[in-house]
Write a protein of this length. Structure first.
Ligand SMILES: [Zn+2]
Length: 102
């Protein structure tokens, strides 16, 4: 049985990576770059977003971390026995965390 903290971290890591992918797509669209041709490493903003997403640990806000390198803690609110919601007061990021059924 994995502990809840680890499961939450895994969820938040996925959100961090998703955001980096979105920054990649948005930035390449803005610059009119061809996604499969141009390396993401050639655009510093995109490179940094992926680096931060890969370095993500713990339960801080993945959006503040990937976008600005800032560590903002998330506020945990109980919704039901199965679901908690984690919110960032700085950027309004919200994550619904589904707890495993024991
Ligand atoms: Zn945030």
């Amino acid at each position: 049985m994995p502990n809840l903290q680890d499961l939450l971290t895994t969820d938040l890591q996925q959100d961090a990576l998703q955001l980096a992918t979105k920054i990649h797509a948005d930035e390449f669209k803005r610059l009119n770059f061809d996604m499969p041709v141009v390396s993401p490493d050639s655009v510093p903003l995109v490179k940094l977003a992926y680096e931060r997403a890969k370095m993500f640990r713990g339960t801080k806000c993945p959006h503040c971390w990937v976008k600005h390198g800032k560590e903002h803690s998330l506020v945990n609110k109980y919704i039901s026995d199965n679901v908690d919601v984690y919110t960032c007061k700085s950027c309004n990021y919200k994550h619904y965390f589904t707890k495993p059924i024991i």
